[in-house]
Design a protein around this ligand. Sequence first.
Ligand code: AMP
Ligand code: MG
Length: 520
Amino acid sequence: MKLNIKNTFTKNLPADPILKNDRRQVEGAVFSYTEPKKTKAPKVIHTSPEMLYALGISEKEVQSDFFRDVVTGNKIYPNTQPFAMCYGGHQFGNWAGQLGDGRAINLFEVEHQQKNWKVQLKGAGETPYSRTADGLAVLRSSVREYLCSEAMFHLGVPTTRALSLSLSGDKVLRDVLYNGNPAYEKGAIVSRVSPSFLRFGNFEIFAARNDKNNLKALVDYTIKHHFAHLGNPSKETYILFFKEVVNSTLKMIIDWQRVGFVHGVMNTDNMSILGLTIDYGPYGWLEGFDFGWTPNTTDKQNKRYRYGNQPNIGLWNLYQLANALYPIINDAAPLEEILNAYKVDYETASLKMMQSKLGLFTNHKDDLLLIQQLEENLHLVETDMTIFFRQLGNFTKESSLDALNSIKKSFYNLSAVSNDVKSKWQSWFLKYADRLEKESFSDAERKERMNAINPKYVLRNYMAQLAIDAADNGDYTLIDELFLLLKKPYAEQPENEKWFAKRPEWARNKVGCSMLSCSS
Ligand code: AMP
Ligand code: MG
């Protein structure tokens, strides 16, 4: 396996001079060199053909012991030096101090087809940033990250990618419900890939420590390697850089709202500087459309990271990034202006996104009201978001009296659909039919466009859990089946119709299906 290694990050940024792998505060450095832990019986159970191709790894090389050993941390690729990054973060609204790559180890950068990719292992052992934890990951959370990050890419949502999913062969102790019942689970390692794994927290840590030199060095590096079109570092470039991060974060969140993805832990250490979805932990997919839903049991009380609050939290997190960048800009006004624009820009983009989900591609003054009424209706009884919007593509004016019938498939409990609920839907469909008159597309064209926006297949929480349960018993076929299914989330796949279904009742309150803890 011959990779085109290019280590821009470690070459250009200050390293922690201490090489000892003990847990500590690391000051004055962007990262610490550290080595992955050797594992007992590493075994690759899935790889992403697209990411292999992106890195220039052949099908034959994937079969080699060397590939297995590299992606499980058992061998270090020649002339590379793995490292963990230092970052801080605001967790659930509070400054948490130094966090860092506690169980992520960066292997190297690969340059291929004019692209620079960072390759990182998740769950490969302790680093100086592991705090009180073990640096390991279990199979269930690794399957979830592996499948979901690739699925998100195919949905058109900006995201980090996954290269491989492996078993470590070691056992990992976890207390899934945090109720004093820890148990051993299979350990796993995901190798993941991204142009950058930098988070808001990488910048925040230097501002918090008044380390302006390293803050500037990191911002300059980021601009040079990821925002080169902005030009040489200067106050103006820093402001433009911030503006781009705001825009890409906003775009990512609009996409989350569009497909019904709830991240679950939008702490600033989980916010990518490139606006990519990063750190798939207790995330979840909306089944019933509900602005108040959060998959994360740790967030059950305040629901800070609930579906309907993701846009606000995005802005809150951007405020923290603005504060972190302030010391090298020394001017609050332009940053405030950009942050104020987020609210307006979000409303505009959100309206456009919702219009497109409804097949409305022109602007009309009552569209916002129509959408608000739809959202109210979606909350009347439990209504499956994915199925509802996909079925809506079949709507025609001629069939408007029968519209309720066509969306019936999305109601979880038909007997809860009272006459009152029915009449609210009927009146909405009449308005919708009138509104569609103002569009120029034929029914078939509109359906085609809507089907490119409203996915048919998403990684429902129970689907991931089925794949996890099978994998736990040594059967990886469902991982592959879902991986392939989710490569074409917008396509009709008649042979896969069984996955276009509501969450089964057994999954309603099952751990891993409707609620997830941060334990992973
Ligand atoms: P998360 O909430 O998963 O984004 O993690 C927050 C912080 O905890 C990050 O610094 C992680 O690296 C660290 N962390 C989470 N799980 C572990 C673990 N098992 N071992 C070491 N560090 C961890
Ligand atoms: Mg994280």
